[in-house]
Design a protein around this ligand. Structure first.
Ligand code: URA
Length: 300
C-alpha cells in the first residue's frame, strides 16, 4: 500500500491519527524497511548464520534497530514477493528469542546475588527483542525492603520514558489503591514481568515472557516480600503457575514458590489499566487490597 504524501498539516495530522489508531505510536526509523525482501537473500548472500555473538556485534551500539529480526515471518499466503524491491543491505542485527537466550537468562538471573547485580545483568542482556525498541530498562520502583511486592505485566510509554514502573495513568491509580490501604512507594516494591516496553504496547509473546521470567522470579526471590500482589492476568499466570483467567483468580490467595522453595502468599487482582477501562470493577480490586492489608497485618 502506498500512501499519498501528506501535503498539509491536516493531512499529516490525519495520517498520524491513522497510524496511532493502528497501534503504530513510535517512529523507529526514518525510512520503511521491506521485511519480505530480507526474507529472500540473493544466492551470493546466502551464508551460514554467524554465531549469535558475532551477529550482535554487527549491530551498531546504542542504535535501536527495528530490523533486528533474523528470521522474519514468511510472506502472507498468495503474496508475490518477487514484485517487492529488495531492501538496502543492512547488518543482520539479531536478537531473536531462542532457547539459548532463555538458558542464558536463567543463568544470569541465578548468578545475581543482589538486586543491583540483577539490574546490571538485565541491562547487559541482549537476548530479548523488546530491549531494542525500548528506550529504558524498567527495573523497579519503591522499597526493596518492603513487605509487599506488586508485579505488573510490562511497561507502557510513560514507564519506558522514565525507566520506572507504573508512572502513567494506571500508575497513578495504583498509587491511590496503595494509599487506600495506608501504603505508598516507600512501603511497597513494584516491578513487572517484562522489563522492556513492547512496541506499541502490544502483548508480549509467550517466548518473550519465557525469556524474561527468570529475571522477575529472581527479583522476587531477592526482595523476598512477605506478600506478593499480581496485577492482572499475565502477571498471575506467569508467576502463579496457573492458566486460569484473572476474573476467576482474583480475590483468592495463591502462592508463589521461589527457586529455593520459599513460599510467598500471593493475591491476584485486577490490573489498574483494566480498572480505568472498567471502573465498575474497582470495588473488586478494593476488596482484594483489603485482603492484602489484613494479611500484612497478620504476618507482621
Ligand atoms: N502496566 C504495567 O503492567 N506495568 C507498568 O509499569 C505500567 C503499566
Amino acid at each position: 500500500m502506498t500512501a499519498a504524501s501528506p501535503n498539509t498539516p491536516i493531512d499529516v495530522a490525519e495520517l498520524l491519527a491513522f497510524y496511532a489508531s493502528a497501534g503504530a505510536d513510535e517512529a523507529l526509523e526514518d525510512a520503511p524497511v521491506n521485511r519480505f525482501a530480507e526474507a529472500r537473500p540473493r544466492p551470493a548472500e546466502r551464508a551460514p548464520a554467524p554465531a549469535r555473538e558475532t551477529r550482535l556485534e554487527a549491530r551498531p551500539a546504542a542504535v535501536p534497530d527495528a530490523g533486528r529480526t533474523a528470521e522474519p515471518s514468511p510472506p502472507a499466503p498468495g503474496l508475490d514477493v518477487s514484485s517487492i524491491p529488495d531492501a538496502p543491505a543492512r547488518p543482520m542485527a539479531a536478537a531473536v528469542p531462542d532457547e539459548a537466550q532463555a538458558l542464558l537468562a536463567r543463568q544470569l538471573a541465578a548468578s545475581a546475588a543482589t538486586l543491583d547485580e540483577l539490574r546490571q545483568h538485565m541491562a547487559a542482556f541482549e537476548g530479548c527483542n523488546l530491549k531494542f525498541t525500548a528506550k529504558n530498562l524498567v527495573f523497579a520502583d519503591g522499597n526493596p525492603k518492603a513487605d509487599l511486592m506488586l508485579v505488573g505485566e510490562a511497561p507502557g510509554r510513560d514507564e519506558d520514558l522514565e525507566g520506572l514502573p507504573f508512572v502513567g495513568r494506571s500508575g497513578r491509580l495504583l498509587d491511590r489503591m496503595l494509599a487506600a490501604i495506608g501504603l505508598d512507594r516507600s512501603s511497597a516494591y513494584i516491578a513487572n514481568v517484562i522489563p522492556w516496553r513492547p512496541p506499541g504496547n502490544r502483548t508480549p509473546t509467550p517466548h518473550e515472557t519465557e525469556i524474561c521470567r527468570p529475571f522477575i522470579e529472581r527479583q522476587i526471590e531477592l526482595v523476598n516480600p512477605k506478600v506478593l500482589v499480581n496485577l492482572g492476568g499475565p502477571s498471575a499466570k506467569t508467576l502463579l503457575n496457573t492458566t486460569d483467567g484473572i476474573l476467576r483468580l482474583r480475590g483468592n490467595w495463591r502462592v508463589h514458590t521461589t527457586a529455593a522453595g520459599t513460599v510467598i502468599p500471593a493475591m491476584p487482582t485486577l490490573h489498574p489499566a483494566y480498572l480505568l477501562r472498567t471502573p465498575a470493577h474497582k470495588k473488586l480490586a478494593w476488596r482484594d487490597f483489603l485482603e492484602v492489608k489484613a494479611k500484612l497485618r497478620a504476618i507482621s
